[in-house]
Each structure stands twice: as structure tokens, then as C-alpha cells.
Design a protein around this ligand. Sequence first.
Ligand code: PLP
Length: 436
Amino acid sequence: NGTQQAAALRFEESARRIAENARYIAGGVNSNFRLGMVPGPLVFERGEGAYLIDADGNRIIDYYCGMGATVLGHTPKPVIEAAQRQAEKGILFAGQMPIEYEAARLICERVPSAERLRFGSSGSEVAQAAMRLVRAATGKRIIVKFEGHYHGWFDNILWSTAPGLNAAGPEDAPTPAIGSRGQDPAAGDGLSILGWNDLAALEARLARGDVAAVMMEPAMCNQGAIAPAPGYLEGALAACRRHGALLIFDEVITGFRLGRGGAQERFGVTPDLTIMAKAIANGFPVAAVAGRADLLDLFADGVLHGGTFNAQPIAMAALVATQTMLTPEHYERSSAHGQRLQDGIRAILAEEGIKAQVVGFPLMFHVAFGLDAPARNYRDVARADKVAYSRFAHALLKRGVRALERGAWFVSSEHDAAVIDRTLEAVRGAAREVAG
Ligand code: PLP
């Protein structure tokens, strides 16, 4: 029986290699976000569509999707071939190439706020570029950031993000929580931390007049998969306008996942600036800061933005091929599969007597154990039963399904009907294991 067989998956070779190579790689991993997952970080040999094959030879259905990047699965042939063809022309010229013009045009055509853009290599980096632009444009210093929203790991923005640290202080006036040892405590002075989805609190803060920009995940996907309350995005934009602040959407997760034009297209609210990364090139290192032409033009007027790897040609070719594959039919088809998975998980958990909220979007949703109602903000998500969910995630992994321990599920176009069926079978087995 498939469930029992899958329940026998073991990960000893991964554990052995992680331990062995920790002599070279600090902590055995190259991002702290790869640490701390039960039963420990895994080592993968290769990907194949929706699957990853690990060092123990397990074939695992993957819902990490490169932390949200691989919206077309792990091995989309046209993307790989485009990258190979580009690589043969040379690696890095420190000049412009036709492929980056095509890439820029595609993103500007697709993302409503994107009149112009600049490419970078990571989400963290373009978040910094956006912050610099808004401070230059407004002459003001403060960036409003929300509890539980993540905009990269740099000192001046890694505040009130890490689980467990950031539920400090009253909900309507959170105490800023530093994200890391060694972080410059003064680097948080340029921030004001608020609870998300609370328009009155935002309006009150903006009324003080010192805010350069409000930066937010337009749907909160680092913690939960929370849609903005009706009118919240519109209200935030209007409040920014009233008080001389700019609005930045961090679409690093939502971009090309909530739809081709991202959350801004889905919810019909166009910010001044947008940052994108992850799915933009299906896992190749590309990020972008995009938005109003007059703001982006500041890069040609004294605002510095650099980066040896910006618009790296191989990654640009991958971007163009990825965007070519992101057709309306792609979203229609994979959204149908993703929605069936989400609905199936909700139904199975209910049938097995596990109290949970399964909410979000077709290609990115969140499962929170122990909540009576859908979360509206970080404080709500923080009340979920993380220990029970972690046991469930481990029970799934033993059955060959890898989903993030924080409850997020990322779906790709390779998660087809057969993959969803297999996943739901594993969900049933895992739910019985943790409920029983
Ligand atoms: N913004 C959001 C919403 C993210 O989820 C992330 C990464 O997870 C980042 C920014 C930072 O992107 P990167 O990891 O590419 O630096």
C-alpha cells in the first residue's frame, strides 16, 4: 500500500552529508531559512517537474518550490534551453544586451505599476533599492513596515519578522523586534512598525507627516497567506497620497503567482513602486525594482544603484523564457489544480477531526492548525499550533510530500492531477497519524 510504503521514507544519507559538510559550510546550509526543518535539512540530487530526488534516493513531491520561485516546476525545458543557449554566448559583459531589453519590456507590459525598472539579483537587494528611491524622492526618512512582513535580511529592514520575536507590545502599537544577533540596533531607526490590515492605525501614523513610504506584502505570504481586507489596499494608497508618502508593494512572493500581474493586478491597486524576485525567472537569480517612471529616473539623477550581477544574461534569458510560458492558460490550468489541492486538504483535515484554517490563493496557500477563524494579520497567525503542524509536516515528508513547516504551500504548473491525487493520499495518512 502506497501510504505505508511512503511512510517508510528515511533521510539518513542527507543527515550524514549535512554533518560531513558542515566542516566547510557554516551550519551545513547556505541560508538560515534552510535550517531547523524536521527531520533536518535535506540534500537533493536533482529535480524533475514537481519532484525532488534526494540523497537517499527518495522521490519527493515538492511544495517548497524553491521558496516560491519555481512556478513552472523544477525542470521546464524551454527555460533550461534558453539559459543554455545564452550561456554559450558568454557569461557577463558589464554592458547591455538585447536579452535584457526584452526582459524589461515583458515585465513592464505585465506588471501594472511597472513603467520602468532596474534588475537586481535578490529580493533583499531590490528592497534596499526601493527604500533608497523613496527617501530620495520624498526627502523623508521613515518607512512603515508591518509585523510579520519580510523584505529581506538586511539590518535596516529585518525587524519584527522572525516567528516568536515579533508579537511584542500591543497589537495596535507593536514593539519593534530586532531580527538577528549582530544586527545594528540603530538601523531600525528609519522604520515604524505597524500591524497590517489596520487602516486606522496606518492613517494615524501617516498623519505625523514624516513617512517616506509604506512598504507591504500586498497579500501577506511570509506568515500565512492573508488577503488584504476589502478596501485596505485602496485605503492605504489614498492615505499615502493624503500625507505625501509613497506606496511600495513587495511582490517577491505574490508576483507571477497571484496572477501574471501579481497582487496589484488581482486586487486592482497600483502602487508607486514594486519589488519582484523569486518566480520572475523561475528560480534563476533575478529581482527587479519597478514603478513610476519619475521615481525610477532618480537612478539617473544621483541615486546610486549598482550590482555586478544585475541583469545577468543567463538569468535574463531564463526570465524571458519563463515569462513566455506564463500564459493565461498556465494560470487557469495550474490554479485549478492548486485550488483542488487546497480544498482537498481542508476537507481531509475536517474529516479527520483536525481544527485548521486552510486559506490563500490557488498557487500559494497556508494551513494553520488550531485557529477558529482565518488570520487577518501576524498576531492571528502567531496563535496557530506550530508544534502540531510541524508533526504533520514531518508525517507528510515520511510519505514523500515536502511542505514548509510554517504552513505555506507553493504550487507549480507541474503539480498536475496525478500529483495532487498522490499528495491528498499522503495528507490523509499524515492527518490520521497526527490525529490518532
Ligand atoms: N520579500 C519577500 C516578500 C520575500 O518573501 C523574500 C524572501 O523570501 C524577500 C523579500 C527577500 O528575497 P531574497 O531571499 O531573494 O533576498
